[in-house]
Design a protein around this ligand. Sequence first.
Ligand code: DP6
Length: 326
Amino acid sequence: MSILQTAVTAKAHTNIALVKYWGKADQSLIIPTNDSISLTLDHFYTTTTVRFDAHLTADEITLDGLTLPTDGQQRMRHFMDMIRHEAKITTFAHIETANHVPTAAGLASSASGFAALAGAAAKAAGLSTDRQYLSRLARRGSGSASRSLFGGFVHWHAGHDDASSFAEPLTEKVTWPIRMIAIVTSRAEKKIGSTNGMQASQSSPYFADWVKTANADISPMTAALFKEDIKSVGEIAEHNAMSMHATTLSAEPPFTYFNSGSLQAMQAVQDLRLTGVNCYYTMDAGPNVKVLCEAADVPAILARLQPLFGSYNLVVAKPGPGLTYL
Ligand code: DP6
């Protein structure tokens, strides 16, 4: 059996940024305007199986056993064209993807999806599985996917071209009991996805300042992560996230990812802090709020959040691993 017929399955976990990626310097290569830092999470992941098949006349793509709608397939087909170009082949592939993310936890992300696809497709096509190379490939599917190749705390170097824009682990195996509690404030599909949201935000008069702020956050965030200093990590992450969201509020036309539940959640975290609990919030391109804290404070935080949001809408996550082959 030729290498091209072997089915390859890869597993990648989702990640949440502590210093956000929000803006592209190059749309087609997905080169970001600034460096970013993330935390890969444990039990939210995607598994993807890729098998090239000379009999196919197009890629055959399924998600959780169902054929994806055409527009959902377009980004993956485009990605597979890039893999074929890299591998100098023309063969199409069967691609089966399964998302292991609690329904509506607001953590389903293109990050784990494109990281798993990059890993599986590259190996099935006979390309290198060097993780820096896979990070560059995954980046071209979805920027945040470049970070999901690695576990723990990860730094994506913005770079200036395809070769220099890749992620690298800061600490892959995190022993610090840092936790992220996801607060689900809405189950509806987001109206403005991250690709369109960040493009629209580049019209904000504050966008250039956002880029400066984000790049300036990298070195103190790195130091705080190495010191396992939850107060500094949380303060930088919270301020960084709100600076990112300021570019949506000041975009032309303005928009926001906040809903009333997001505001309520942020207020609850601030109130908890006044009672001496070290907890901080961050938000991405959707209304759900993620709370950063240490394991010892999880019970107190949940006790405060449960009456407001219900246990079903609270998901506690730990640091998780990088890409693996199954
Ligand atoms: C707010 O990686 O989804 O989650 O590169 O256009 O696919 P594309 O965007 P995507 O953006 C993620 C934005 C974010 C912040 C982050 O993860 O750094």
